[in-house]
Write a protein of this length. Sequence first.
Lengths: 672, 85
Amino acid sequence: MNATAVTADTAVRTATIALVGQPNVGKSTVFNMLTGLNQHVGNWPGKTVERRTGTFEHRGVRVDIIDLPGTYCLTAASPEERITRDYIIQNRPDVVIAVLNASSLERNLYLVTELLALPAPLVIGLNMVDVARDEGFEIEPRVLSAAIGVPVIAMTASRGQGVRELIDAAVDIVQQGPSQEPSRPEIREDHREVMAQLLDLVGPYVPAAYPPDWITLKLLEGDEEITTLMRAALPAEVQTQVQALLRRHEDALIAVATGRYDWIRRMTRAALKRPRAGHITLTLRLDSVATHPFGGLVVLAVVLALVFGLTYTVGAPLQGWLADRLLGTIAAWAGRLLAGGPSWLSGLVIDGILGGVGTVLTFLPILVIFFAAMGFLEDVGYMARAAYVMDRFMHALGLHGKSFIPLFLGFGCNVPAIMGTRMIESARGRLLTIMLAPLVPCTARLAVLTVLAPAFFPEDPTLATWLLTGLPLVVLALGGALVSRVAIRPDDAAFIMELPLYHVPNARTIAILVWVRILAFLKKAGTIILVFSVFVWLLATLPHGDIETSYLAAAGRFLAPAGSLMGLDWRLVVALLASFIAKENSVATLGVLYGVGENTGALVDVLRANLSAASGLAFLVAQMLFIPCVAAVAAVRQETGSWRWALINVAALAVLAFVGGVVAYRLALLFL
Amino acid sequence: MIRDGAVPLSNLGAGESGTVVRLYGGIGLVGRLAALGFTPGATVQVVRNSRFGPLIVSVLDTHIALGRGQAARVYVARRGNPNPR
């Protein structure tokens, strides 16, 4: 590091720093440590990849920091990798901070070898030195720094150690100007000649933003994006020569990677001492159960039981309190306040707006619990194990093992399931999981099923309930297997996942994660839910103040011909439509339309008297497969970053429900 | 066909180790495997390998869960078993 502070330009007042690192290095902890709640979470434009930015002050410099997606390398194979390298090349941050996990230093330095080829000064944050020490590694940061030629700061970010020094080093570079001459890895010896030839050929035509060395390297690696870029930039005759050269060296990718690991071995020779073989660590001991083919499933079942247990013992009472006590009090107060005014106004405020707010509020306890649980399991390192034991089953559905936990949470509520997909690294795997999540029967749908099944299947309502619960899951499995093969192909069907070392979770990281997710839900999904709730309430109320003559009923009558194909009359169609706000609404709506109010016993009797078993079956099938509730749609919109996927999801499920209803009705007419 | 005696990594049982000889596959897969340390000459040890489902392989001080299909594309020269666990 340049210690001559004389040249320091203290006039520098702003800086942009990019955080990069492989997965499981504690990068988010570093980011949270620096920004606290001063952060913004969104999506990269047009992508389902999370984009986190924040600001903080350090030594009078206002630092804009961006947390780039975690990647093992910088090929163009995944959106995360493309985002990270494009950001560094196009936006040229003042400093790139590479966060490394000290307990797998060599593997982590692979990303550094890629970063050193890019045009940005580098600082290395050697994180988790405490874990590495426990594992038996001895690392000399100063020796490593001298070897590579960039600052290396030892840190234990989970305890706040070293974070300040890390930013000091970064701000030093900003103020003194980039003057790094780091050691850079070279391609394996037998390919140096080819590399030089290729550089001579393409060098003059490389677009200004890109370093020619890097372009050459990426061409040799066979990088599709760069190959396309250069095909456009090169004159035809040069392009022919380049192609011929590359064709003769198709194995160059391995030569590049081997060259990088040779460099890593040289850099760490003096700086790293590894533990003696046969050192049995805590992680090994825990994994002897947690990744066992059977033991692992038992552990997972216990973990999930605990999460759901927590939800029902803490979440459900809180939900009830929020809905009845808090909102009830506000509604009563609003009722008194509006008592003198027109009845439509108190209706709008109490049933429309407060009803919508209530819908949003009742999600909060369950969201907080699920996010906290997921954050804890992820931070402690267990999530990868759960993904490992479930991968063999999820694989058949075209899904990654990591999709299991979010989907399973969907039994509680689809909203945290959809939002929980954020921990799936593969962007397309995420999208596929998001699109399938609404097929997991949530508690609200199960409640409807439990109330109505006795009406249509008096002999054996339990069996009917089980079969109807299984139906959407079967559709989910078939849909996943089909969609992953034809439409949303996962980036690579490959299952390659690191099992990080277990470590003590950081409460602050989990708390911030929960806070950020909840805030995002309230701001984005909450608004949509509120607007739609009021809108559908208006449809169900206008123009005469009762649902029987409302626009919603008119829509139900309009759709009655389609409904009759499923054996449903307009009332049942309206009930389906009303369940868009919240699934449990279909029971309440049927109660109103059949004139029995909230008496579910009477509803069961009147439905049994009015409807055939075939119609009843068709209705329940359609209800189980019907479009997600507004909150789930809002969550899909929020997580995919566009209405497009939300609308596709709604359309697909509407068609599915209709087809399912028709098939069920026709089959039931034949057999029941 | 395999003259150098290299076998797919998926053939190794738990506790067995080997030296990576070569990788098969498209640049996406080979690139990712290479980044994780599966380069020719690297030592790998199989930690778990049951009859179906992914393997767990130790490479460069890290445990990596590897799908059976991916593990079949990493060819290794089996090593003696100097330190059975």
